[in-house]
Design a protein around this ligand. Structure first.
Ligand SMILES: [Ca+2]
Ligand SMILES: [Ca+2]
Length: 255
């Protein structure tokens, strides 16, 4: 038994002496002959000169003619096929660059531009990308009024849209069919008959927003005294009545 143990010890020492260089010294003790671990050579550095790829997704209420009619949420996604993405950066309308951490909202009417890029952990940086969009969240405006002239009364309205522009306006008089007046910003409608009238005006912008206004007014009999002063007084009275009704504007937004 002792002989077998001795043989095993000799074989073990022989094996160790065959793999340990004689001048090998322990890196801590400095003693020669200390066993040093050997193993396969592993790569110590990754080779990756391909930048990440970032994509942008927009989310909001889409109206007409590629206009958004709401605030727009921007989501950025990045991926790198070789190493990890270090970060994604963005800026809105040329403002300060920000580190992307979560989807963000772009507000305000008009055209917007979002720039973005990513870099990987080894320093490869993606070229800046740009995505643009436009938003119009506001309804058009209308200013209605009644003008009394000698021999005729007119219902008039001025309309406009600041951002996407006026698409068209239309009106319906006393429950009749609506009449399209195109994109004219000033419309004048002769009212031939005396008495009370109700007129509905709808204004549409190019983004799909619209505004509806209902105005009720009365055309009085032609006064005996048609002097300019009498006409101006009559106009002022009617305009005041129209202004009071116009305060009840009903605003609709097309989705
Ligand atoms: Ca990469
Ligand atoms: Ca608008």
């Amino acid at each position: 038994m002792r002989y077998e143990v001795l043989i095993a010890l000799v074989v073990c020492l022989s094996f160790m002496s065959s793999i340990v260089p004689e001048d090998t010294a322990d890196d801590q003790t400095g003693l020669l002959g200390h066993v040093v671990a050997y193993g396969p050579v592993m790569p110590t550095a990754l080779e990756d000169d391909i930048p990440p790829v970032t994509t942008a997704a927009l989310d909001g209420d889409i109206g007409d003619n590629d206009w958004y009619v709401s605030a727009v949420t921007v989501t950025l996604s990045s991926a790198d096929g070789q190493s990890d993405v270090d970060g994604t950066w963005y800026r809105v309308d040329g403002e300060t660059w920000m580190l992307y951490s979560a989807a963000f909202e772009v507000t305000g009417d008009g055209a917007h531009e979002v720039e973005f890029y990513s870099a990987d952990v080894l320093g490869s940086e993606e070229a800046v990308q740009t995505i643009g969009f436009k938003a119009d969240t506001q309804t058009p405006t209308v200013v209605p009024g009644v003008v009394v002239e000698v021999g005729c009364t007119y219902f008039r309205y001025e309309c406009a849209d600041e951002t996407s522009g006026l698409a068209f306006s239309e009106y319906g008089l006393d429950g009749g069919s609506f009449v399209n007046m195109g994109n004219s910003s000033s419309v004048s409608i002769p009212i031939a008959t005396e008495g009370e009238h109700t007129i509905v005006v709808r204004i549409h912008d190019n983004a799909g927003n619209n505004l509806s206004s209902t105005v009720t007014f009365t055309v009085a009999p032609e006064p005996d005294d048609s002097s300019p002063l009498a006409l101006y007084v009559g106009l002022a009275v009617v305009a005041a009545a129209v202004a009071a009704v116009a305060a009840l504007l009903v605003i609709k937004r097309k989705r």
